[in-house]
Design a protein around this ligand. Structure first.
Ligand code: ADE
Length: 222
C-alpha cells in the first residue's frame, strides 16, 4: 500500500515515521508513506497557500490551487482521496479495515481556519477522528494511518487483531504478567491454572462484563 499525506507541516511526521511499528512496516516495504508539502505546488510568487475569507470573518482559508495541482501530479486510477476535517464521518475500526483494501490513499490535511469549500470536491471521503477540533488534520492523518498500517498483512501477528478491542464489538479482556502478586493485587487464579478451555471462557466473560460496564452501545451492535 502507498499512502501520500499532503500537509504544510512535514516535520510533524518525523517521529511518527521513524519509530516502532510504522518504521518497521516501512522498512519491510509493507507500506510506502510519502509526506508531501503542498506549498511546493503553489503558483504564487511567494508560495502563498491561503488568503482571507470572501464575505469577511477571522482567519485564513486554504486556497484550492495548490491542493488541486498537487493531486493532479500524484493521483492515479488507484488513488482514494481522504479529506481530514471535524465535519467528516467519524473514523472507526471497521473503516480502518475497509481502507486496508485500497492501493493508494491520499490524505489532505487542512490547517488554519478552514479550507475553500471547492477543495471538498476532490475528496472521495471526508473523515474526522472525533467530535473535537484540532489545529489541523496532521494528527488525524497519523491516527488513521496508524490504525490502517497495523492491520496490513504481516505488520503484526493476526492473533493480535482477533484480540483487539472492537473486534466483534467487544473490548479487550484484562491481561497480567509477572509477578503473581504485586502490592496486594493478585493475578486471577484461573490464569495460573493451565486449563486453556477455562481461561478462554473466563476471558470471554470478562470481555462481556467490561463492554457492558464501559461501552453498552457496542453490545447493541452485536
Ligand atoms: N481537523 C481538525 N479537527 C479534526 C478532527 N477532529 N478530525 C479530523 N481532522 C480534523
Amino acid at each position: 500500500m502507498k499512502i501520500d499525506i499532503l500537509t504544510l507541516f512535514p516535520a510533524m511526521f518525523d517521529g511518527f515515521l521513524t519509530e516502532s511499528i510504522i518504521k518497521r512496516a516501512i522498512h519491510n516495504k509493507q507500506v510506502e508513506i510519502n509526506i508531501i508539502n503542498f506549498r511546493d505546488y503553489s503558483l504564487d510568487p511567494h508560495k502563498k497557500v491561503d488568503d482571507y475569507s470572501y464575505g469577511g470573518g477571522a482567519g485564513m482559508v486554504l486556497m484550492p490551487q495548490p491542493i488541486f495541482d498537487c493531486l493532479d501530479a500524484i493521483k492515479t486510477d488507484d488513488s482514494y482521496v481522504i479529506l481530514l476535517s471535524p465535519q467528516g464521518i467519524t473514523h472507526t475500526e471497521q473503516m480502518a479495515y475497509t481502507l486496508t483494501k485500497k492501493k493508494h490513499l491520499i490524505f489532505i490535511c487542512g490547517h488554519y481556519e478552514g479550507f475553500d469549500e471547492r477543495i471538498r470536491s476532490c475528496a472521495d471521503l471526508e473523515l474526522s477522528i472525533g467530535d473535537y477540533v484540532l489545529t489541523g488534520g496532521e494528527l488525524a492523518s497519523m491516527v488513521i494511518t496508524d490504525s490502517i498500517v497495523r492491520l496490513l498483512d504481516g505488520v503484526i501477528t493476526t492473533e493480535s487483531h482477533i484480540k483487539d478491542s472492537f473486534h466483534n464489538n467487544l473490548l479487550d479482556y484484562p491481561v497480567y504478567t509477572k509477578p503473581v502478586e504485586f502490592r496486594g493485587m493478585k493475578v486471577p487464579e484461573v490464569l495460573l491454572s493451565g486449563h486453556h478451555k477455562k481461561i478462554e471462557e473466563w476471558r470471554y466473560q470478562e470481555q462481556i462484563k467490561r463492554t457492558k460496564e464501559r461501552r453498552p452501545d457496542l453490545l447493541e451492535k452485536r
